[in-house]
Write a protein that binds this ligand. Structure first.
Ligand code: SF4
Length: 223
């Protein structure tokens, strides 16, 4: 007959047999977890980014530029890095290029409140130079977590650097745009950076085609 531990002890005690109990293990010391971005919620992520010193860019920034918009957006816009104005204001895509991006968003029924806008890098590279590989790899976990939290239906990568880093390619934008890519489970469309479109307005027609493609893909995914 199977006895419960309680019955067994009562039985042994009744027989006058000492019952040896295992010594209680000391409570393990609670060690503060070194939370990785992949496990962070929005507030932990925002706080961590604001204090980040993972790469040299923290030395020259005025502030980090986390991103703006709807944390559950269907559309996610990803650019390269903050420029001088963004670094001053703490918001991505401000100034003339930002206004053009706003117009592009409006053309597809989106705006800064409905979409989520972020950059690959959260700190400004000095003199707006291209991000260095170690800087983008150090910062990438933050963007990946943002994408994981937003779970967009469509990602619009604007500009060469964003497109190449997200898709891990060195193909030029001219070859990456005009078709649908995948970033994990999320469809991604590439278009020109609005700052480039200001310099080369003749390319606006192609950017419009890219927006139409992104809209169609978003509609297919239910956005
Ligand atoms: S660019 Fe990214 S990794 Fe580098 S200091 Fe800024 S937040 Fe940290």
């Amino acid at each position: 007959m199977i006895q419960s531990e309680h019955q067994r002890r009562a039985y042994l005690e009744a027989l006058g047999i000492d019952v040896w109990l295992p010594r209680a293990e000391p409570e393990p010391e609670v060690i503060a977890a070194d939370l990785q971005p992949v496990a962070m919620d929005w507030s932990a992520l925002r706080e961590t980014v604001s204090q980040c010193t993972r790469c040299r860019l923290h030395e020259s920034r005025t502030q980090t530029v986390f991103g703006v918009g709807n944390p559950a957006a269907n559309w996610m816009i990803i650019g390269e890095a903050p420029g001088a104005e963004e670094d001053r204001r703490g918001e991505p895509f401000v100034g003339r290029a930002g206004k053009l991006l706003d117009e592009m968003l409006r053309a597809v029924g989106q705006n800064r409140e409905t979409a989520f806008i972020a950059n690959i890098l959260k700190c400004r590279p000095p003199n707006n130079r291209d991000p260095k590989p170690d800087e983008s790899s150090e910062c990438r976990g933050y963007l990946e977590r943002q994408i994981g939290l937003v779970q967009p239906r469509i990602i619009l990568a604007v500009g060469r650097i964003a497109a190449q880093l997200l898709l891990e390619t060195d193909s030029p934008v001219g070859r990456l745009r005009g078709r649908r890519h995948q970033l994990g489970d999320t469809p991604l469309v590439v278009t020109y950076h609005p700052a480039y479109l200001l310099r080369s307005p003749v390319q606006k027609r192609k950017a419009w085609d890219d927006l139409c493609l992104a809209s169609r893909v978003a509609a297919e995914t239910g956005a």
